[in-house]
Design a protein. Structure first.
Length: 105
């Protein structure tokens, strides 16, 4: 698996703040998505996945955005995404945060 895409112009206060916010909120968004997945409500899954997708794409975390988009797509069809899709999302979040932590400030 290649490295997750994280697009940042390192060394600016703005990029550092964006990085801090993303590292803080992306795990919370994934946790919220996990909660609505357990509840099994496709409409709430769509909302939660869409929020995560938007934040990830805005930040440049394309693989995480793609994983959230897949959950959103499944939920929009009226289905509840399965464990495999959630596992992929978690794995991608972990890889993205690891990559982010390895970047210079």
């Amino acid at each position: 698996m290649s490295e997750p895409a994280v697009l940042l112009q390192a060394g600016t206060r703005r990029s550092e703040r964006m990085r801090q916010l993303f590292a803080e909120y992306a795990p919370k968004d994934v946790a919220a998505l996990e909660l609505v997945l357990r509840e099994g409500n496709p409409a709430e899954i769509v909302k939660s996945a869409h929020r995560l997708k938007g934040g990830a794409y805005t930040f440049g975390a394309v693989r995480l955005g793609d994983a959230a988009a897949e959950l959103e797509r499944i939920a929009r069809s009226g289905e509840v995404p399965g464990a495999e899709a959630l596992a992929k999302l978690r794995e991608t979040l972990t890889a993205t945060l690891e990559k982010l932590a390895s970047l210079p400030p």
